[in-house]
Design a protein around this ligand. Sequence first.
Ligand code: CMX
Ligand code: CO
Length: 155
Amino acid sequence: MLTRLDHVGIACRDLAAQIVFYESVFGLTVVSMETNEEQGVKEAMLAVTEGAPEPGVSYLQLLEPLGPDTPVGKFIARRGEGVHHVGYGVTDIEAAMAGLQASGLRLLDQRPRHGSMGASIAFVHPRDVGGVLTELVQAAPLAPELPAGNAGNSN
Ligand code: CMX
Ligand code: CO
């Protein structure tokens, strides 16, 4: 069901400062910055593998809460900054959700929601996954390939 480790979500108070830290110390690159009102976050995706975005690349997702009464705001108030969730790639999110529900796990979303970079996402309650908030991620379809005649036509 799980095809790859898509990202690790990290809760932070100051997104801009955390980005500078990961860029300068670990040499990571920001590939996407978004505000997701539905999830209550301002967030950045940093590619861990060179050549992103591509299938198989994994990311660090830095999350700053939009307010105290959001999932990440409550998490920081209770536990401080740090690892918030793990996101796994799936090829068919609705099938994965149905399979987990059939196994008795509580889904936090009854239908897929909008995630970073056009992905469809859904969360599983941490109490049903050994204390780990778990996210399913079905990546957005890739842009169509160039026609064969144009591919690799560089000088
Ligand atoms: N990881 C592990 N455990 C967590 C957790 C987390 N991130 N957040 C809360 N918990 C635990 C609490 O410690 C508490 O455990 P105990 O009962 O053992 O004390 C329990 O979950 C609390 O459950 P709750 O009362 O339902 O807690 P919250 O109201 O804080 O909600 C949760 C927690 C997971 C249901 C909520 O954060 C949620 O719906 N998350 C999914 C959406 C989300 O996180 N969006 C932001 C990321 C967006 C993205 O990745 O794109
Ligand atoms: Co995430």
